[in-house]
Ligand binder design. Structure first.
Ligand code: COI
Length: 354
């Protein structure tokens, strides 16, 4: 792939790594490439990070034909940097593309684009404990047309943001609220795609949860309103009878890369894991019988987020002793050690930044 490079004249000042927060600071450059029906992907370029002009009729603004990914760059103690399962993100981007009638991108081209951009932006990878460079690849429908159809033109971009913890709670446990009414996605819809609609659909119920004093919504399935699907913008796990259980992928749940990593790592360590349908009633029953040991969410941005309270109807339960349990803490530490290169990479997940 030919990538044209246009460098910024005056690089920005770097932020204070102790107060990065999440997703507000962006690096000096971004990767851009356009798609035109009949031509394919073209005009790969790296340009200064900044706003770009679109028509008010641009299709993505009206009908939400857009997909995205999230992955991170980790700085090692020796100063080098590495990525965690980046090809899995680009492969998922293509699965989302298929669901949204967006043209797929060659995964090797995506990797080349990312490596070229990172080579220029290396200086932006933070090194304070727990900080990373968050990578946000995305595709938007670009045609200026307000009739409904799939856009014949698209834009693929990669932007980079130095980040700290996603939740202000960090690794401290969060309280979650089961929505009796709202659903995030239904089977046959877009739930398995990483697309804006699913995140927009989560906002209203999240505001209700927060007004009730909870951090996140626990989503039940959209058909029977019985089976657990996800939590907030993360996948969910329970530890019941020493088994790590997560809802099976059913078409309305996102196939999280951290979810898959938790399952594979736990299995590799000899722990019992299961992907199966699990109802909220089973979770509460397991709690009543003293068998619910832990609950946690998993996602790229938050990594592992322990859950200590679950509210469903007029019942609220405290999971375990209310603190982060040993399995969540163990998996969090083991994953972070692999991601930051502090331990071996037993499952070959790491790709060094060139
Ligand atoms: C991630 O975990 O990386 C996501 O894409 C979720 C997003 C809401 C930050």
């Amino acid at each position: 792939m030919d990538i044209t490079i246009n460098k910024i004249d005056t690089p920005k000042a770097h932020p204070d790594e102790a107060n990065l927060g999440f997703g507000t600071i962006f690096t000096d450059h971004m990767f851009v490439m356009d798609y035109t029906e009949g031509i394919g992907w073209h005009d790969a370029r790296i340009t200064p990070y900044g706003p770009f002009e679109v028509s008010p009729a641009t299709m993505v603004l009206h009908y939400g034909q857009t997909i995205f990914e999230g992955l991170k760059v980790y700085k090692k103690e020796d100063g080098s940097a590495q990525l965690f399962r980046p090809k899995d993100n680009f492969e998922r981007l293509n699965r989302s593309a298929h669901a949204l009638c967006i043209p797929e991108i060659n995964v090797d081209d995506c990797m080349e684009a990312l490596h070229t951009l990172l080579e220029m932006e290396k200086g932006w990878i933070p090194s304070a404990p727990g900080t990373t460079l968050y990578v946000r690849p995305f595709i938007i429908a670009m045609d200026p047309y307000i009739g409904l159809k799939s856009s014949p033109t698209h834009r693929f971009m990669i932007i980079l943001s130095p980040v700290g913890a996603y939740y202000p709670e960090g690794f401290n446990p969060v309280k979650i609220w089961v929505s009796p009414e709202h659903v995030r996605a239904v089977r046959g819809g877009l739930g398995a795609a990483k697309t804006a609609a699913n995140y927009a659909a989560s906002l209203y119920a999240t505001e209700i949860a927060q007004a009730e004093g909870y951090t996140q919504v626990l989503w039940l399935d959209g058909v029977e309103r019985k089976y657990v699907e996800e939590v907030g913008s993360m996948n969910i796990f329970f530890v019941i009878d020493d088994e790590i259980v997560t809802p099976e992928l059913n078409g309305s749940i996102l196939a999280g890369i951290t979810r898959d990593s938790v399952l594979k790592l736990a299995k590799h360590q000899g722990k019992k894991v299961a992907e199966k349908r699990i109802s909220i009633d089973e979770v509460f029953k397991a709690h009543e019988e003293g068998r619910l040991q832990e609950c946690f969410g998993s996602g790229t941005a938050a990594v592992i987020s322990p859950v200590n309270k679950i509210k469903f109807g007029d019942r609220e339960i405290t999971v375990g002793d209310g603190g982060a349990g040993p399995i969540s803490s163990g998996i969090f530490n083991d994953l972070m050690d692999i991601q930051f290169g502090r331990s071996e990479d037993p499952l070959n997940w790491i790709v060094p930044v060139k």
